[in-house]
Design a protein around this ligand. Structure first.
Ligand code: PEP
Ligand code: MG
Length: 555
């Protein structure tokens, strides 16, 4: 038995024979050409074919793994026709009379090195993309066949590194898992493996030897462990784990369409957090009951200038229409602090988390606010909209927000533009001030949504961005949990509903506590919906309420 430790990038246990990925021979001929124009045309033809192939791959990826995977190949298409890349090749062919294969190889090395030397980890990972695009053009120039899996049974596929185009071209029914010598967790192969639900481990170096090919390998994408010819004890333990995971997956699948209801009949809504209308597909796929937090600032972050009313309207309408009448709560702009946008020209501050951010910007720059509110109300005609305001600390802020909403409604009325008259208005509770004032704030809003990420930060005076605070940043801290109880009780006193949309909402250790407190809605990332539903359906609130309350009083 040989045990190898790598880095797990896609969870799940897989077992099967080891198979080394075979790539087309990499011997590049290098020679001087006489007719440089003809050589240039040969390159242009190969480049054109590569761009066509990448278009077809984008479609295949879209079918198998969704829009994000397709985007990768569309990016490769752009790389293949990048002018700098093309010019470098042109210089080598036309000025130095180098053959096309050698010119592509040299340019690929130069560009990959440039990316690899960048500080940003994401940009570094793009070195693999340049190599992938170049390899494709080269194989077309050489008239080569693509590599593949020549095995009658499904295998654990090992490679030095797999280019995304290689990954997507492989016959998935033949792959039980991936192991690569190199790679990074943000590499697209890792992303694709996760999207396709195939266990994957990267970074095992040269630990897998050619003579191991064909032997039985077990890999655990959760722990990053690769075991070659496991002994009976280890094999049984890993197979048991695999069975448990498959069982859980089957159970979660079977929960689609089921209610979020406890054993004693308490219902809670499970909604989703999204950053763009593209995420709605995941919401529906995971059976989310609505959108509890649409972080609208991502729309602004994607633009080079303030997105106009029409751009925003289209995005909000798309989300609302796609949710087909289910609630979509869109949070107004929440920039500043960790989310900086150049074109807002915000002053540099000593403590941006406590500075000019979120609602404070909207209330100081009413034109920005008005544009967003107009887009939101126009979109309200296409579904069930809730609007919520972030970083509230005072009653007057909420009153100003409501006045701004009323003014926009009046404008639309005067202009004869349709809107929904029942848009729910809520606030995020993410400051200690909002908690303390929640008995008053509840009178002015339809709902509260507790942002535990910021609420923990401000309650415990712990920077959520800090990597050194460790146990001091504790979202389970009784001060945070008591705040959630206070807010819930105050909302219910006025007949208003309360949700939680911070990361804590998906923390299954906290599910019983939130149910006992009586929270009405939990908004989580789409992939967390079914595990949360599972936890809710196993809880008997009548049995745990007393002990949860005692823990809150006497932690
Ligand atoms: C929060 O603070 O909990 C929250 C959901 O908002 P964000 O993480 O976007 O600040
Ligand atoms: Mg927040």
């Amino acid at each position: 038995m040989v045990t190898i430790q790598g880095k797990g990038v896609s969870t799940g246990v897989a077992i099967g024979p080891l198979y080394f990925y075979r790539r087309v021979s990499g011997n590049i001929r290098r020679y001087t050409v006489e007719d440089t124009e003809a050589e240039w045309r040969r390159f242009k033809e190969a480049q054109g074919t590569a761009i066509e192939q990448l278009g077809a791959l984008a479609e295949k990826a879209r079918e198998e793994a969704g829009d994000d995977a397709a985007l990768l190949f569309e990016t490769h298409q752009m790389m293949a026709e990048d002018l700098d890349f093309e010019e470098a090749i042109q210089d080598l062919i036309k000025e130095q009379a180098l053959n096309a294969e050698a010119a592509v190889t040299d340019t690929s090395v130069q560009f990959a090195e440039m990316f690899a030397n960048m500080d940003d980890e994401y940009m570094q990972a793009r070195a693999a993309d340049v190599k992938d695009v170049s390899r494709r053009i080269l194989s077309i120039l050489q008239g080569a066949q693509e590599g593949g899996i020549d095995s009658p049974v499904p295998v654990i596929l090992a490679a030095d590194d797999l280019a995304p185009s290689e990954t997507v071209q492989l016959d998935k029914s033949k792959i039980l898992g991936f192991v690569t010598a190199g790679g990074s967790s943000s590499s697209h192969t890792a992303i694709l493996a996760r999207t396709m639900g195939i266990p994957a481990i990267i970074g095992v170096g040269d630990a897998l030897k050619p003579e191991m090919e064909g032997r039985e390998v077990i890999l655990d994408g959760g722990t990053g462990e690769v075991v070659v010819e496991a002994d009976a004890l280890v094999r049984d333990a890993m197979l048991k784990k695999r069975e448990e995971q498959l069982e859980l997956k089957r159970l979660l699948e079977s929960l689609k369409g089921q209610e979020n209801v406890t054993l004693d009949g308490q219902k809670v809504k499970v909604y989703c957090n999204i950053g763009s209308p593209d995420d709605i597909a995941a919401v529906k796929n995971n059976d989310g009951g609505g959108v509890g937090l649409f972080r609208s600032e991502f729309l602004y972050l994607k633009c080079d200038d303030y997105p106009d009313e029409e751009t925003q309207f289209q995005a909000y309408r798309e989300a609302l229409s796609a949710m087909e009448g289910k609630m979509v709560i869109i949070r107004t702009l929440d920039i500043g602090a960790d989310k900086q946008i150049e074109y807002f020209h915000l002053d540099k501050e000593e403590n941006p988390a406590m500075g000019m951010r979120a609602l404070r910007i909207c209330l100081t720059r009413p034109e920005i606010f008005r544009t967003q509110l107009r887009a939101l109300y126009r979109a309200s005609a296409y579904g069930k909209l809730g609007i919520m305001f972030p970083m509230v600390t005072s009653l007057w802020e909420v009153q100003e927000c409501k006045r701004a909403c009323q003014a926009v409604v009046q404008e639309l009325k005067d202009e004869g533009i349709p809107y929904d008259q029942d848009v729910q208005i809520g606030i995020m509770v993410e400051t200690p001030a909002a908690v303390t004032m929640s008995d008053q704030l509840a009178r002015y809003v339809d709902f509260f949504s507790i942002g535990t990420n910021d609420l923990t930060q401000y309650t415990l005076a712990c920077d959520r961005q800090s990597s050194v605070l460790g146990k001091f940043f504790d979202p389970h801290h009784p001060a945070v949990l008591r705040a959630i109880k206070t807010v819930t009780d105050n909302a219910h006193r006025y007949g208003k509903w309360v949700g939680i949309c911070g990361e804590l909402a998906a923390d299954l250790e906290m599910t019983e506590t939130f149910l006992a407190i009586g929270v009405d809605e939990l908004s989580v990332s789409p992939s967390a919906v079914l595990p949360l539903r599972n936890a809710i359906r196993k809880t008997d609130v009548s049995k745990i309420r007393k002990s949860v309350m005692a823990d809150l009083l006497f932690p």
